[in-house]
Design a protein around this ligand. Structure first.
Ligand code: IFM
Length: 441
C-alpha cells in the first residue's frame, strides 16, 4: 500500500464491514424466516438459488473472525443485527438466543479493542412482516422502532455507533422497482411507498433511540458516480433523474427535509397520503453519516420507455468482477461535495468500499494486486478529501470475508479474507497482509 496509518489524523478509524445475513448462517440460533429465504428459493432470483442459511458460519466462528480483524491492526468492526434473529416474527416475541449472540459478539469486539459499529437493518425483513407488505406498509416505521428498542436495550450500552438502515436505495428501489433484490417487485407505487417508508422508519428509530438516551446515531447511504454516456440533452436529463433517485433522495430528505423534483416527477402521484407531514421527523439531526461508495455508471435516456427511462451504458474504465467501473475520484467528489453542500462538519465514515474479484488460491495463497490497487486509490481519495476540509473519520473495507453476495449467491468475492465455501476455511489474501502492514506503519 502507498499509505500508512500515520498519514491520517489521530483518531481516524480503520475497520472492516460485514452484515448479518451475508455471513452468520441464518439457520442457527432460532432466527425467523426472512424475505431473502423465500426470494432465494424462487427460481431465477439468485445464482444457484443460494441463500444465507449457512453463509460463512460466523455464528459459530465469530471469535476467530474477530481475531482476523484485530490481528490486521484495525480499530473498528462494522456488523449488523438481524431483525429476524432478534424477533423471529418481526414483532412481539423476542428470541433470547439471538440477543445472547449479539451480546457475546459485542463483548468479543471490546475484548479485542475493536469499536463496534452497528447497523440495525441490512436487508433481511422478517417474513411475517413481508407478508403484511414489508416496506410498503406505513406501520413498518413503528415495527422497526420497536426492534431498534429491543436490540438497543441489550447492546446499546457497548456499541460505539449505530446506523439505522444500510443503503435505503437498495431496500426501496433495487428491491421494489428493479426487482433484483427481495421482495423482487417491479411496481412504481410499491417503490414510492418503500422510498418514503424506509425514511419514516429511520426517523422513528432515531426518535426512539434518542428517547432511550442513545447517541452516535446515523444512517448508511450508498452513492454512485453518475455521468451522461453521450453528450446530448436527453442523456444529461436522464443522468439528473438517476442522480436524484440514487444519490439525492435520501440525503436531501434527511438533511433538508425535501425530496428532489427530478425524482418526484415520477413518484409524487404514487406517494402515500400525508407524506409531507413525515419530513420533520425524517430530517431530525444525526450524529454521523455513513457513505458507501464503489463505482461509476454511465447513463443514457431509454427513449420511449416509461419514467424514469434510464439505460446503463458500459464505459471504458477498468471494471471489477461485478462489471462495475472503478473510479476512485468519485469518492473524493462525494466526500467533498457532501461536506460542502449538505452535512457540513458532521463526521463522515466511509462505511463500505471494496473490490470483487475472481480470486483463486495458488500455492496456498491468494494474490490480489487489483484489490490492493483499489484500496490504495480509494484511501488516497479519502486522504485528499480530508486535506480539502471533509470531516472523514474512518474507512471500513467491504468486506472482511468473502460472503453471500445476495442475488449473485457466493459467486462474487469481495473479502480481504478468502472463504472456501465447502470447508468454510478462512485464508487471508494478499490485500489483508498489505493492509495490515500499512496500518502497522
Ligand atoms: O454486499 C453488498 C452489501 O451488502 C451492501 N453494499 C454493497 C455490497 C456489495 O454489493
Amino acid at each position: 500500500m502507498n499509505f500508512k496509518r500515520s498519514d491520517f489524523p489521530a483518531g481516524f478509524r480503520f475497520g472492516a464491514a460485514t452484515s448479518a445475513y451475508q455471513i452468520e448462517g441464518h439457520k442457527f440460533g432460532g432466527a425467523g424466516a426472512t424475505h431473502w429465504d423465500s426470494f432465494a428459493a424462487t427460481l431465477g432470483n439468485v445464482v444457484r438459488q443460494e441463500n444465507g442459511a449457512l453463509a460463512c458460519d460466523h455464528y459459530h466462528r465469530f471469535e476467530a473472525d474477530l481475531d482476523l480483524v484485530s490481528n490486521a491492526g484495525m480499530d473498528a468492526y462494522r456488523f449488523s443485527t438481524s431483525w429476524a434473529r432478534v424477533m423471529p416474527e418481526g414483532r412481539g416475541a423476542v428470541n433470547q438466543e439471538g440477543l445472547d449472540f449479539y451480546d457475546r459478539l459485542v463483548d468479543a469486539m471490546l475484548e479485542r479493542g475493536l469499536r463496534p459499529f452497528q447497523t440495525l437493518y441490512h436487508w433481511e425483513m422478517p417474513s411475517e412482516l413481508a407478508d403484511l407488505g414489508g416496506w410498503t406498509n406505513p406501520d413498518v416505521a413503528h415495527w422497526f422502532a420497536d426492534f431498534a428498542e429491543v436490540i438497543t436495550a441489550r447492546i446499546g450500552d457497548r456499541v460505539a455507533a449505530t446506523a439505522t438502515i444500510n443503503e435505503p436505495w437498495c431496500v426501496a428501489y433495487l428491491s421494489h422497482f428493479i426487482g433484483h433484490h427481495a421482495p423482487g417487485l417491479r411496481d412504481i407505487r410499491a417503490t414510492a411507498r418503500a422510498m418514503h417508508h424506509v425514511l419514516t422508519a429511520h426517523g422513528a428509530a432515531m426518535t426512539r433511540l434518542r428517547e432511550m438516551g442513545q447517541d452516535n446515531l446515523g444512517i448508511v447511504l450508498n452513492f454512485d458516480h453518475v455521468r451522461p454516456a453521450v453528450n446530448t440533452n436527453a442523456a444529461a436529463q436522464a443522468t439528473a433523474r438517476q442522480d436524484a433517485i440514487f444519490n439525492r433522495w435520501f440525503i436531501e430528505a434527511i438533511i433538508k427535509g425535501t425530496y428532489p423534483a427530478e425524482a418526484m416527477e415520477g413518484f409524487e402521484p404514487q406517494m402515500p397520503k400525508g407524506w409531507q407531514d413525515d419530513l420533520a421527523q425524517i430530517s431530525q439531526p444525526m450524529d454521523w453519516l455513513g457513505v458507501n461508495y464503489y463505482a461509476r455508471h454511465l447513463v443514457d435516456d431509454d427513449k420511449g420507455a416509461p419514467w424514469p427511462a434510464l439505460r446503463d451504458v458500459p464505459g471504458d474504465l477498468p471494471t471489477n468482477s461485478m462489471g462495475w467501473e472503478v473510479y476512485p475520484e468519485g469518492l473524493y467528489d462525494f466526500l467533498t461535495c457532501l461536506s460542502r453542500d449538505l452535512v457540513g462538519d458532521m463526521p463522515i465514515f466511509v462505511t463500505e468500499n471494496g473490490m470483487p474479484w475472481n480470486d483463486v488460491i495458488e500455492n496456498g495463497a491468494v494474490h490480489d494486486p487489483e484489490r490492493q490497487a483499489y484500496i490504495n486509490d480509494h484511501v488516497a481519495s479519502i486522504h485528499r478529501a480530508i486535506a480539502d476540509g471533509a470531516n472523514v473519520q474512518g474507512f471500513f473495507y467491504w468486506s472482511l470475508l468473502d460472503n453471500y453476495e445476495w442475488a449473485f449467491g457466493y459467486e462474487k468475492r469481495f473479502g480481504i479474507v478468502h472463504v472456501d465455501f465447502d470447508t468454510l476455511e478462512r485464508l487471508p489474501k494478499g490485500s489483508y497482509h498489505a493492509l495490515k502492514a500499512a496500518l502497522a506503519r
